[in-house]
Design a protein around this ligand. Sequence first.
Ligand code: HEM
Length: 482
Amino acid sequence: RRRHGKTSSQKLPPSPPLAVPVLGHLHLLEKPLHQSLARLAARYGPVFSLRLGSRHAVVVSSADFAKECFTEHDLTFASSPRFPTLALMTYGGTTIGNCVYGPYWRHLRRVATVHLLSARRVSSMLPAIGAELRAMVRRMHRATLRRRLFELALSSLMENIAHTRTSRAVDDADTDMSPEAQEFTESLDVLVPLLGAANTWDFLPILQWFDVLGVKNKIAAAVRTRDALFQRLIDTERRRLEDGVESEKMGMMGVLLSLQKSEPEKYSDDVIMALCFSMFTAGTETTAGTTEWAMSLLLNHPEVIKKAQAEMDASVGTSRLLDADDVPRLGYLQGILNEALRLYPAVPLLIPHESTADCTVGGHHIPGGTLLFVNVYAIHRDPKVWADPTAFKPERFMDGSAEGSLFMPFGMGRRKCPGETLALRTLGLVLGTLIQCFDWDTVGGVAGVDMTEGVGLNLPRAVPLEAMCKPRQVMLGVLENL
Ligand code: HEM
């Protein structure tokens, strides 16, 4: 790694003046982080640098410079930083989203794109997603939407990873998740808050020497519980495979276990666990959160719901549920989805990247070993690029006015999200079904849903969304026969 020294020929990016010993600029950062970084960008420009405890970082907040990072310098920024405490949760930093760039990442990436998330595999996952969705629609009148949507995303992924469902809960039960999906949620409930503590540690290594809160032990205990569950799932899938299940009916674990048979050294149980954990953590909150934001936007724009329902009635009719193959024909529905992803990108700062060599971005020198945060949230709301940037206008994706603007909710370049096809197909199906089947209103008919953003890695709402829904009269026949 190069030292962060400045010479006359190397112009480092501007930086806020208030770096203090040990913390650097950490004390300037407020939550939500993407908003705090957007405010700093307004003062210090679209490429500025920060010292975060022991690490140097650059924050990029404009479309042009983000493009520069992921085209000209894509290889330089293709690595992920090694965070020692995060490594405790990510199998020693070997999950696809958290591992350094190199042959091992290329192997995982190929497995993910070719064997697990290809368009053909995604098509084979849609029936399980549809079944989970219909079960949710049947019990739609209760609970907050956030919880319903999270359970839906997790159950659909659990089905497509390991087929844990043996029966469906009766309709008056409070949840319809399989026991395994519930067990996994419980281990996430423990791990996710610890991730916050682990992050602070990674920037301030001194905290690791005095583990006053016992963070390390708590992470280790939660990881043991999670891995015992994964090992059970792997063993069950292995038995199914030995019983001769057809390859079309295999979930992701089954696919990986059959690859293990021919190349055991490349597909150890540990690699399979790391890949499946990546799929769960990358695919659940992102999909559920995007649907929750989209529904929040819709509740504040009832005229948009009406227009989307009219499009669906004309294109799909009212005698059957919409299916995933209808979605590409529903331009307005896709406009709604894109607007939700533009205004509330589920991974607002991408996963941190790290440069592996010196390079120049926007004319500024970026030394090797610098963390890169790309503020997609700020880029998607840049008034220089988007007209009326904070307004919810699905039409902008239909009338050509969004053309040419950088829209990157799934990232860019070689670390771009490999789950984009699965995510878009799932989101279209879920959002489309909620619009097709129900009329929506706020709880108690209050005017407007609060759109405050909360704190968390995946841009959560501050308050979980609650809404009232009533089956649409024209869909009663279909809903009664679900
Ligand atoms: C609305 C839904 C989703 C959004 C907005 C989203 C967005 C993203 C973004 C922005 C990244 C980081 C790109 C970067 O750092 O440059 C990412 C990475 C990733 N996503 Fe997604 N994602 C979604 C759903 C999914 C789903 C459903 C899956 C799979 C089940 C998935 C799997 C992954 C994986 C494995 C990575 C790490 C890729 C790597 O480092 O090579 N994502 N996603």
